[in-house]
Design a protein around this ligand. Sequence first.
Ligand SMILES: C[S@@+](CC[C@H](N)C(=O)[O-])C[C@H]1O[C@@H](n2cnc3c(N)ncnc32)[C@H](O)[C@@H]1O
Length: 245
Amino acid sequence: MSLKIIDNKFVKEIYNKTEMINYYTDISHSIGLFKCEKILLEKHLNFEDKILDIGCGAGRTTISLYNMGYKDIIGLDIAEEMIKCAKSLCSNIDFVVGDATKLEYNRETFDKCIFSFNGIMLIPRRESRLKALKEINRVLKNGGYFIFSTPYLDNKLESKFWTDESIKWKHRNYNRRLYEFGDILIDDFGIEEIFIHIPKISEVIECLNEAGFEVAEYMPRLNICSEEERIEEQLDDELFWIAKK
Ligand SMILES: C[S@@+](CC[C@H](N)C(=O)[O-])C[C@H]1O[C@@H](n2cnc3c(N)ncnc32)[C@H](O)[C@@H]1O
């Protein structure tokens, strides 16, 4: 049996799986916004903003923000089962199926766009992530903000795993289904292959600039605050990014 090509279709299939739906529904109910997200989003969002929550999953961030008073919010996700689930959790919010790399909105529609929980790094290939950033830039109003999180390689490169990876890529001995150094397939939630790209900080800055953004700020999650123990266990030490159009 031939192995699947890692593309947006592959990502969509993974996030439509019951195991994923159950996990994201559970955290939507039982956790809501992480403490650090709440601090950051309350600082940068205004109640009158038109907000697009990209990669909203089962609506963890969308529903929390709506309940906090950010009523002009749309949740968008590539996985239709996630959207069905989000709709069943909150029927007042407009949840839509859509792809970050081809957003079906006019230019300058939104004041703020969000892509939480490292979601943008689930998009395979640098050129597609760049396409998503260009689309987000297009639909944002001038002076609008894109707020998102990513894992990062800079703090991991010394580890055995990444030292081995770097040798494999140098000797062209890597998994040929992957595209760039930093790409990995992880086994989690009982699903064998979940794709994620772990970028270097310089790569994120380069892509943001290429897409027309100015980096306003980026910071490690733990510089904002730490979470309750049961939540800490599920999080990496990712970076939060605030980019301005
Ligand atoms: C890590 S999950 C986070 C879900 C939700 N934001 C949360 O924090 O609970 C990332 C989500 O991004 C979605 N996603 C991945 N690629 C996407 C794309 N190209 N366009 C829109 N959504 C995408 C996945 O389907 C998944 O639901």
